[in-house]
Design a protein around this ligand. Structure first.
Ligand code: NAD
Ligand code: UFG
Length: 335
C-alpha cells in the first residue's frame, strides 16, 4: 500500500515507518520539522534499506497536501503530526487548536478532494479524563482535563461525523497510552527539545549526566507504592498496532476508536527500578510534591485491540528501558 505518514519523522511516526516498510508498504513522509530532525531520514534509510520520499512541509498547507496525495498515489494516511505538550497546550491553546484541529481539517479536505478515504489518527488516553472506572475501555466517558486532550477529542468527533456523512470512509482512532522505548538498533528514539516533561526521557538524561536527579512527583497517592501508575507501552509494539489497524481498514469501513496499551499499570518506582537494572546503577532521586494536573493512575483495557486488530503488546518493561537507554547512549556519543 502507498501510505502517507504526517509527522513521520517524530518519535512514533519514525518507528511506525520502519515497521510498515518491513511489511513492504511504500511509505511517504511529510513533516515540518517542528519537533524532529531531518537526519532521522538517514537513520530510516539505514534501518529499512529504502529511501523514503520526504516532503518538508506543514499539514495545514492544502495545495502541498493535494499534490503529495496525487503524485505519490497515496491510498491511506496515518496522521501523527501534531503538538503534544500538555503544559504548552494550557498556556497556548490557540496554537494547539490551530495545529491539531486545523491541521486535521486541512488533511481531511485534501483527502476528500482526491478521494482517499482511509485514515488512522493518533489519539490519546488523555481523551478519557478522570477515570470513572478502570481500566478505561473505549466506552468510558470522554472528558479530557486539559487543552491537549480536548484537541484530540475534537478531532475524534470530526472524524466520527465525517464517517457518518459518507460510508466510504474507513477511520481508526488509536488511543495511545504511554509510549516509551526505542528501535532495537538504537538509531531512532525519543528526542525531546529542552528539559523533558515525561518520565522516561527525564530518566535517560539523569542517567547520562545531563540532569542531576529525577524528581518524583508525589509518593502519597492511593496507588501500590504511593507513586503515579501508567500503562507504558513499547513504541515498537505501538508501531505494530498501526500495521494491524491497516489490515482492519482493508476489511471494513466506518469509525473505530481503539486503545493501544499493555493493560498493565506500572508505578514510577517500578519504572525507575527497571531502568536501574538497564543502566546497572542507581538513579539519584528526590520526592517532590504532586505535579498539578496529574491523575494518580490509569491504564487500558486492551480487549478491543485484541479482538479487532488481533494485536497485543509483546515487549516487557525491561525491553522498554534497555532500548531507551541504548538510544540515549547513541545520541550522547554523537553530540
Ligand atoms: P513527535 O512530536 O515526536 O512527532 C510529531 C511530529 O509531527 C514531529 O516530527 C513534528 O515535527 C511534526 N509536526 C507537528 N506539527 C506539524 C504540522 N503542522 N505539519 C507537519 N508536521 C508537523 O510526537 P510523537 O510522540 O511521535 O506523537 C505523535 C502523535 O501521537 C501526536 O499526534 C501526539 O499527540 C500523539 N500521542 C503521543 C503520545 C506520546 O506520549 N508520545 C501519547 C498519545 C498520543
Ligand atoms: N513523573 C515523575 N517525574 C518526572 C516526570 C513524570 O515522577 O520527571 C511521573 C508523573 O507524575 C506520572 C508518571 O511519571 O505519574 C508519568 O508521567 P509522564 O509525564 O511521563 O506521562 P503522563 O502520563 O503525564 O502523560 C503522557 C503524555 C501525554 C499523553 C499521556 C497519554 O505527556 O501527552 O501520556 O497517556 F497524553
Amino acid at each position: 500500500m502507498n501510505i502517507l505518514l504526517t509527522g513521520g519523522l517524530g518519535f512514533i511516526g519514525s518507528h511506525t515507518a520502519t515497521v510498515l516498510a518491513d511489511y513492504g508498504h511504500h511509505v511517504v513522509i511529510i513533516d515540518n520539522l517542528y519537533n524532529s530532525q531531518k537526519e532521522t531520514l538517514n537513520s530510516l534509510r539505514s534501518i529499512t534499506g529504502k529511501v523514503l520520499p520526504f516532503y518538508e512541509g506543514d499539514v495545514r498547507d492544502l495545495p502541498l497536501l493535494k499534490r503529495i496525495l496525487k503524485e505519490e498515489q497515496i491510498e491511506c494516511v496515518i496522521h501523527f503530526a501534531g503538538l503534544k505538550s500538555v503544559a504548552q497546550s494550557q498556556t497556548n491553546p490557540l496554537e494547539y487548536f490551530d495545529n491539531n484541529v486545523g491541521g486535521s481539517i486541512a488533511l481531511l479536505e485534501a483527502m476528500q478532494a482526491i478521494n482517499i478515504k482511509k485514515l488512522i489518527f493518533s489519539s490519546s488516553a488523555t481523551v478519557y479524563g478522570a477515570p470513572q472506572y478502570l481500566p478505561y475501555d473505549e466506552a468510558h466517558p470522554l472528558q479530557p482535563i486539559n487543552v491537549y486532550g480536548r484537541t484530540k477529542l475534537q478531532v475524534e468527533e470530526i472524524l466520527q461525523d465525517l464517517s457518518q456523512s459518507d460510508d466510504a470512509w474507513s477511520i481508526v482512532c488509536l488511543r495511545y497510552f504511554n509510549p516509551i522505548g526505542a528501535h532495537n538498533c538504537g538509531l531512532i528514539g525519543e528526542r525531546p527539545q529542552g528539559i523533558p516533561n515525561n518520565l522516561m526521557p527525564y530518566l535517560c538524561q539523569v542517567a547520562s549526566g545531563q540532569l542531576p536527579h529525577l524528581n518524583i512527583f508525589g509518593d502519597d497517592y492511593d496507588t501500590k507504592d504511593g507513586t503515579g501508575e501508567r500503562d507504558y507501552i513499547h513504541v515498537m509494539d505501538l508501531a505494530e498496532g498501526h500495521a494491524a489497524a491497516l489490515a482492519l481498514m482493508n476489511r471494513q469501513t466506518g469509525f473505530e476508536a481503539i486503545n493501544l496499551g499493555t493493560g498493565n499499570p506500572v508505578s514510577v518506582y517500578e519504572l525507575v527500578h527497571a531502568f536501574e537494572r538497564s543502566i546497572q546503577r542507581t538513579i539519584p532521586r528526590i520526592v517532590q510534591k504532586r505535579r498539578s494536573g496529574d491523575l494518580p493512575i490509569y491504564y487500558a483495557k486492551v480487549d478491543k485491540a485484541s479482538r479487532l486488530l488481533n494485536w497485543r503488546a509483546q515487549r516487557d518493561l525491561q525491553a522498554m528501558c534497555d532500548s531507551s537507554w541504548k538510544y540515549e547512549q547513541k545520541i550522547r556519543a554523537v553530540l
